[in-house]
Design a protein around this ligand. Structure first.
Ligand code: GRF
Length: 203
């Protein structure tokens, strides 16, 4: 089986990117990261990619007339690298129609909460402040909303009385690093089927 060509969009430290790269390298998933793209020049995710010999590209949204032009450039880079699945990993922008149309049902994201609870920024802080006993992370297909697309996988972690935002985030992150490669594996194996809001996992 040929390897699924994955493109990763990231804005920050890139620990999920690293988890994906490691899982690919260790042969745990039939995929390879072929390009990493960031909207932030100094993003550590780019450093990680470069260290692995993966093309690491910065595109500054400010140097384009608008979101559509920026997204057209992003899509062109992804297409140039023959990307088949786009993974958002700490990408701090709302993906718009241009990228979604270029990669229909081929953009996925990881969010540090159990969606549909606590979408948007600071999912871990929102969970802590709300007082839930359990939180976790969600891998989902991306649509034009903010963290609203069909859910692929979720993992649950307890929220402890002693938790701070940092300790909860760390507990969730451990699960993110396991869950994201697992979701990519299911996609790579052609086992995900979207039916309305539901994602069915074929055996
Ligand atoms: C993760 O918590 C992810 O769920 C969220 O942004 C964070 C990115 O972390 N979307 P990293 O850059 O992968 O370390």
């Amino acid at each position: 089986m040929s390897l699924l060509r994955v493109g990763v969009l990231a804005s920050g430290r890139g620990s999920n990117l690293q988890a994906i790269i490691d899982a690919c390298r260790e042969g745990k998933i039939p995929a390879q990261v072929v390009v990493v793209l960031s909207d932030k020049e100094g993003a550590f995710a780019l450093t990680r990619a470069a260290k692995e010999g993966i093309p690491a590209i910065h595109l500054n949204p400010q140097s384009f007339p608008g979101k559509e032009e920026y997204e057209r450039a992003v899509s062109a880079v992804l297409k140039d690298h023959r990307v088949e699945l786009v993974c958002l990993a700490g990408y701090m922008r709302l993906v718009g129609k241009t990228i979604l149309d270029a990669f229909p049902n081929r953009v996925i994201n990881i969010h540090p909460a159990l969606l549909p609870a606590f979408p948007g920024l600071h999912g871990q802080r929102q969970a802590l402040e709300y007082g839930v006993r359990f939180s976790g992370c969600t891998v989902h297909f991306v649509d034009e909303g903010c963290d609203t697309g069909p859910i692929i996988l979720q993992a649950v972690v307890p929220v402890l009385d002693t938790d701070t935002e940092e300790t909860l985030a760390a507990r969730i992150l451990e699960q993110e690093h396991r869950l994201y490669p697992e979701a990519i594996k299911l996609f790579a194996e052609g086992r995900l089927k979207i039916e309305g809001r539901r994602v069915l996992i074929k055996n």
